[in-house]
Structure formats: C-alpha cells, structure tokens
Write a new protein. Structure first.
Length: 119
C-alpha cells in the first residue's frame, strides 16, 4: 500500500505561483511513477505530468509544458508540482497518484487539494 497526501493548494491571483506537495508513505517508491492530475468542475480528470521516483525522469501533458514542473525529494518522500504563471483555467482540484512501473493504472490516489486562480 502507498498512502499519498497532497497539500499546498489555495487561492492565488492570475500570474501567480503555487507549489503543491504530495507526501508519500508506505512501501518503497523506487519502482513507482508519481503522477499529478487535475479535475475542474464539470470536466473530466486531466493528466498534468508524472515523475519516475528512481530516475527523476518526467513527462508532461503538452498544455502544461513550460509552466508546470514536477520534482521530488527522496529524503522527504515528497513529490512537488511547481505551477507558475497561473491562469483562471488552472482552477481545479489537483490530485497526486502512484502507479508501479510497467503498469498503466494509477492504483493509489490522494484526497486532492483545491487550487483556485482568480482573474
């Protein structure tokens, strides 16, 4: 089992920045990918990007490249999502999730953290 807890959401003005955290506990994450997703009201859940815990390699949705950066701190067992130049359309609940390398399904999910960007 892997437990994931997000934090860092809040209200920010357009053009501002936020850094979300995803604290992981449970089994070792060395064989895991940790992903960030978001879901806006009335919309489907959207992939933001992910990071390989061992290598630190990252992938991003095309629409997120350049403004969003995912990183990890192995010592703190935490993954971060740095969001810059935020826009009102970035308003959503942001979730982190974990999947084992070689598997396509994210089996472990956090509870989500709300990000609201005001115009």
């Amino acid at each position: 089992q892997v437990q994931l807890v997000e934090s860092g959401g809040g209200l920010v003005q357009a053009g501002g920045s936020l850094r979300l955290s995803c604290a992981a506990s449970g089994r070792t994450l060395s064989s895991y990918w940790i992903g960030w997703f978001r879901q806006a009201p009335g919309k489907e859940r959207e992939f933001v990007g992910n990071i390989n815990w061992s290598s630190g390699g990252t992938n991003y949705a095309d629409s997120m490249k350049g403004r969003f950066t995912i990183s990890r701190d192995n010592a703190k067992n935490t993954v971060y999502l740095q969001m810059n130049s935020l826009k009102p359309e970035d308003t959503a609940v942001y979730y982190c999730a974990g999947r084992r390398a070689g598997f396509s399904t994210y089996a472990y999910w956090g509870q989500g953290t709300q990000v609201t960007v005001s115009a």
